[in-house]
Design a protein around this ligand. Structure first.
Ligand code: 3SL
Length: 236
């Protein structure tokens, strides 16, 4: 049987061998939810970059620049990090260069993986179905917050593990823990999230609508993945 493990923060990634695994990078609030929403609704591709300056360099080459630092849109960029920005008409058919505090960084840190998928609650079942039919072990990489653990990415890991119990064995206690956590939360994710650090951070920025959207399950049937050359596109 294939195995699934969960890396609870990028700080722990060095403990995992990623080169023989499919990695699912998750940053529920909000980077991977925004990527999923954009790719599902007509954005041509997204180039995730770790640093603001690298994003500005791509902007100078004509790409749309997107992203945040401390939740706020980077000055001079066209988009912030709201999933609604990525579903707007003016971004359809475009390639977006994107940088976020944790999400795009986690994608970069996972670069040695066999394959990198972009996961969110918005495309939970699509990711689970893809993992079932491919041959490799899986690792969920939670983007966390500035290297630390967070609740929402762990909840996603638990939701994914739950969907895969017939196809994958738990490879570590993190997978088991995330599974148990999701059992406690799944009947009311929003309520469960209310005391979390990032909920409070984003609520302060008055973007509760983003949170509600990012916690909705299976809004899209899309598997965004990183192709050679560094762009995220939809699997056909
Ligand atoms: O850290 C990230 O990648 C972001 O998703 C954080 S925020 O939700 O935009 O604040």
């Amino acid at each position: 049987m294939k195995k699934i493990s969960v890396c609870l923060t990028p700080q722990l990634l060095s403990l995992y061998e990623v080169s023989d695994k499919v990695v699912v990078v998750v940053d529920i609030l909000r980077a991977t939810s925004s990527i999923t929403a954009g790719i599902a609704t007509g954005v041509k591709s997204i180039i995730p970059v770790a640093e603001v300056e690298a994003c500005r360099a791509l902007q100078a080459q004509g790409y749309l620049a997107a992203g945040e630092r401390d939740g706020k849109m980077v000055e001079g960029f066209t988009l912030g990090n709201s999933p609604f920005d990525y579903m707007a008409d003016h971004v359809k058919g475009k390639t977006i260069a994107m940088t976020t505090t944790n999400g795009t960084l986690a994608i970069h840190k996972s670069s040695k993986a066999k394959e990198i998928l972009i996961g969110s609650l918005l495309n939970l079942t699509a990711i689970a179905n893809y993992l079932k039919q491919q041959p490799y072990d899986a690792l969920v990489v939670c983007a966390g917050w500035k290297g630390n653990f967070n609740l929402e990415d762990t909840l996603f890991a638990g939701a994914l593990v739950e969907k895969l119990t017939d196809h994958f064995a738990f490879d570590d206690d993190s997978a088991l823990t995330s599974f148990y956590l999701f059992q406690a939360a799944k009947n009311d994710l929003m309520n469960f999230m209310r005391n979390s650090s990032h909920y409070r951070r984003l609520k302060h920025l008055d973007i509760v609508d983003d949170i509600a959207f990012c916690l909705s399950i299976d809004h899209f049937d899309v598997v965004p993945y990183l192709v050679e050359g560094g762009e995220i596109v939809a699997k056909k």
